[in-house]
Design a protein around this ligand. Sequence first.
Ligand SMILES: [Zn+2]
Length: 90
Amino acid sequence: MTGSHPPAYAGGPCHECGEPWPCVSRRAELLREFAGCPGEAVAYLCDWLRAGVAERELRGLPPDPGMASRHLSWTVLLRQLPGGRAAADG
Ligand SMILES: [Zn+2]
């Protein structure tokens, strides 16, 4: 499940548009795919984040300081979307 904007490799850029992954297009897709399921989204993206850190290390690439925030910070939006189970929790 990597949509129309998959990563070139875990921890790498988007294969489609070359932006750091998940790119804006992929994040927009993820918002739709995980609407109402913020917990599942975080679990999915944590897997990618963990794989990305390992893959960059394997490839001898420097750590990407923006990676954690790019993978996870926007997932709070899922709680604010219609259908989000946690939306009423305040
Ligand atoms: Zn992209």
